[in-house]
Write a protein that binds this ligand. Structure first.
Ligand SMILES: NC(=O)c1ccc[n+]([C@@H]2O[C@H](COP(=O)([O-])OP(=O)(O)OC[C@H]3O[C@@H](n4cnc5c(N)ncnc54)[C@H](OP(=O)(O)O)[C@@H]3O)[C@@H](O)[C@H]2O)c1
Length: 268
């Protein structure tokens, strides 16, 4: 149950990057929080920081690659007597070694963390939001989901495209219920993401500083978009130009464009 008239948001992947930045933005707007990711220590450090802002933050560590994780989260949240008024599906990572060189278990984990878990969590928590006539679902997708297919990180773009389309569909279905649904589509963002996938050196050389956004800016844009119920938002003028180009270029030309990107990153 929310404390007084305060609402509670569940944020996945809150131990770093965009998820931690979104936690600070939601807390700054008066929300309480349920923070999840695999690493408990950074979640606890963030929870302490957020309590200094007057927010109540509950930490529930989970590995979303585990198929049982969404149901375990539901049970743990009920045990804490909390209600989920907002859901931020943010946890994610990429693998860039190429389809045939990537362990199938890693691909399965990508699909579970960034596709299956967001769908299941929305299915578990959206009914309560609709019943109460208020809710927020923010799905952190990517500019990559609006771009043509890429080699190297073969499944990442399609997973994010799925998340964008699924968000837009749910946005339409829930219009008028008080539940807002938004896909947030960041471009290059300064987080641990490129350290985790091992491409920090390549992307820093290939892409100039002006193409990078901070997690704080991305989180702020995402929060405002879901509050105003925009079905999709892409932070940054240049990212919007790229998304627009990708939509209007013929397929062959667009594939050549991103083929150049993959070659620059030595992925194909
Ligand atoms: N950075 C970019 O350039 C960029 C651009 C577009 C979109 N995005 C998207 O933004 C989202 C956040 O990424 P980020 O940039 O903030 O990266 P990040 O700093 O690496 O953070 C990723 C978060 O996901 C969590 N996570 C990863 N695997 C998980 C698992 N199996 N179970 C539970 N949590 C897991 C991590 O926590 P633990 O390691 O503690 O589990 C961490 O909190 C992702 O969906 C990513 O695809 C990022």
């Amino acid at each position: 149950m929310s404390r007084g008239d305060r609402r509670t948001v569940l944020i996945t992947g809150a131990s770093a990057g965009i998820g931690a930045a979104l936690a600070r933005v939601f807390a700054g707007h008066g929300w309480d929080l349920i923070l999840t990711a695999r690493r408990e220590d950074p979640l606890r450090t963030l929870a302490a920081e957020l309590s200094g802002m007057g927010a109540h933050a509950t930490v529930i560590p989970e590995d979303l690659a585990d198929p049982e994780a969404p149901r375990r989260l539901l049970a743990a949240i009920a045990d804490c007597d909390l209600q989920v008024d907002g859901l931020v599906n943010n946890a994610g990572f990429s693998r860039t070694a190429g389809f045939l060189r990537t362990d199938p278990a890693s691909h399965e984990a990508m699909i579970r963390v960034m596709l299956t878990a967001p769908v299941e969590l929305a299915r578990l928590f959206a009914p309560g939001m609709v019943e109460r006539g208020h809710g927020r679902i923010l799905n952190v997708a990517s500019l990559a989901g609006q771009m043509p297919a890429t080699g190297g990180d073969t499944l990442y773009g399609p997973i994010k495209s799925f998340l964008i389309k699924a968000s837009q569909g749910l946005h339409l279905e829930l219009r008028g219920t008080g539940v807002h649904v938004t896909a947030l589509c960041p471009g290059y963002t300064l987080t641990e993401f490129h350290d985790v996938n091992g491409t920090r050196a390549e992307v820093s050389t290939a892409y100039p500083a002006w193409m990078w956004q901070t997690a704080e800016h991305v989180a702020d844009v995402g929060y405002r978009a879901v509050e105003t119920n925009r079905p999709k938002v892409t932070p940054g003028a240049m990212n919007n130009v790229l998304a627009g180009l990708a939509k209007h270029l013929p397929d062959a030309m667009a594939l050549n464009m991103v083929g150049g990107h993959a070659r620059r990153l030595k992925r194909i």
